[in-house]
Design a protein around this ligand. Structure first.
Ligand SMILES: [Zn+2]
Length: 324
């Protein structure tokens, strides 16, 4: 499949390579840290989320095994979206015939993230292995949608979901749409921190060939083999451990490759819902149908699935405003 977007993920983001004298270390979490491995002709990025993933998942109380997929989708959106020159949004979405019928994560230009999932609880409860990715999502597709600027036509690339994992599905996406050998490792955990309580931490590491290299020359190169092996030894704990700095983690993995890091960028929770966006939807209903949407007190209540914000519209208020 050819992605209609002009090779978006290959677009270099022109950040100056840091001057070691002025380098500001990445925060413990909620950042993306891009890096280059010039000796190996590879580049990559590390994302680690804590407050952002906790907030994003707090609006929809799904079982832990479903939230884990969603947390990984948030990281994936952060990895892919932050690599683009983008004024709009990048969305990662799984859609399958398993109990987790949908998991979606949005990355907004500037580092905003949000997500939500849809679960058929009855079918989920009937699952034998609830933590099995293929059982959870079933057969389906991973869609990567890019809206280059807000409101502009979106482009979508689709690949079949890999039964192995979300990261394997994303690797296939890069191979099929960009012919770019890519390794993606994702991890997420529901973690207790004393003084803070339970929260979702999630992280991911992506290493990718520099565009212009043929797949064969990359995959059969010594560096690729060696780095693939390193990444297989990387544990979820190392990725998620906020007491291990991003730089230490990357140095541990890539010191032989003369790793060069770019400045880390902050990631934050962001939702774009607003009453102004809901109102026209309600106004599009014929006046006589609107009461059926309202509660007994004559108020229509809608809830944003991403952030949990509830919007209330008294019927009288909607009626007073003409529909377009
Ligand atoms: Zn919202």
């Amino acid at each position: 499949m050819n992605d209609p977007v002009n090779d978006p993920v290959n677009e270099p983001v022109n950040e100056p390579v840091n001057d070691p004298g002025e380098y500001t270390p990445a925060p413990p979490a909620d950042f993306v840290l891009p890096f280059d491995l010039p000796k190996a002709d590879l580049r990559g990025r590390l994302v680690r989320l804590d407050a952002v993933s906790t907030r994003a998942l707090s609006a929809h109380p799904l079982p832990e095994d479903a939230q884990r997929v969603l947390a990984e989708a948030l990281v994936l959106a952060g990895l892919l979206g932050s690599a683009l020159k983008l004024e709009g949004r990048l969305s990662v979405q799984t859609k399958g015939d398993g109990p987790l019928t949908m998991a979606v994560a949005d990355y907004f230009a500037g580092g905003g993230l949000r997500g939500y999932g849809r679960l058929d609880e009855e079918r989920f409860n009937a699952l034998e292995k609830k933590n099995d990715f293929s059982a959870l999502v079933g057969n389906g597709a991973l869609a990567i949608t890019i809206e280059p600027t807000p409101g502009a036509p979106a482009y979508q690339g689709l690949v079949s979901l890999s039964p192995k994992s979300l990261s394997a599905s994303a690797e296939t996406y890069f191979m099929q749409s960009e012919q770019l050998p890519t390794i993606i490792t994702l991890a997420a955990g529901f973690i207790y921190q004393s003084g803070v309580g339970y929260g979702w931490r999630a992280a991911g590491l992506m290493v990718q060939a520099v565009p212009g290299k043929t797949e064969d020359s990359v995959r059969h190169g010594d560096n690729w083999q060696r780095i693939s092996m390193f990444l297989e030894t990387l544990t979820a704990l190392e990725l998620l451990d906020t007491s291990l700095s991003a730089e230490s983690l990357l140095w541990r993995l890539f010191h032989e490759d003369e790793i060069r890091v770019h400045p880390a960028k902050e990631l934050h929770f962001q939702c774009t819902c607003s009453a102004d966006k809901v109102l026209p939807v309600l106004q599009s209903y014929p006046v006589e149908e609107r009461p059926s949407l309202a509660d007994e007190d004559g108020v229509i209540r809608t809830r944003c699935e991403f952030c949990g914000t509830e919007y209330k519209f008294p019927l009288s208020e909607i009626d007073s405003q003409p529909a377009d």
